[in-house]
Ligand binder design. Sequence first.
Ligand code: GSH
Length: 195
Amino acid sequence: MYKVIGATRSRTFRVLWMLEELGLDYDHEPAAPRSDEALAHNPLGKVPALVNGEGEVLTDSVAIMTYLGDRHGALTAPAATVARARQDAMTMWLVDEMDAVLWAAAKHSFVLPEEERQPAIKEQLKREFERSAAVLAKRLTGPFLMGEEMTLTDILAVHCLNWAIGAKFPRVDDDLFAYGQRLRQRPAFIRASAR
Ligand SMILES: N[C@@H](CCC(=O)N[C@@H](CS)C(=O)NCC(=O)O)C(=O)O
């Protein structure tokens, strides 16, 4: 049985949603970032972490989702296919252009020590996010980012869109908003949210 370490209101949500989509049983330790429990599983104190059935600890939400997808043969194109290389490229683009921008905004809002924060940077980050969201809207040409099938890339994208709403970033595109709303109605999303 898997054990997920990390508070639901963090990037841990991606792993919880993935496990719910896969229909797998798991324990959940909703540890805060940098807490003793987080540090016990990752010397960086970051969440999420996942302990697999063999007691091995994995870190990083995207690495964990990829591991789960490969291991259970779902929510991912198979490894070593062109479809997978394209999925990975989309995933990494989201990490570069959305996750990193949202994380920078979080750092300058509450993560960094107060004296290191540069609040003025947030307006620039909002503009960068708007540009990326407009690009993402153009890249969304089917029901899911990679086409007809849902993948872990959709989990990452919708988590970033939710994060942007929480951080009061502007709404950019109606189709992208509708895509997020549709995925938020999935039973697995609702179950993960209730954690
Ligand atoms: N790339 C990592 C980032 C993990 C991360 O930074 N998580 C935040 C919470 S969402 C955290 O634990 N921050 C504490 C810190 O950076 O000290 C992932 O996707 O899991």
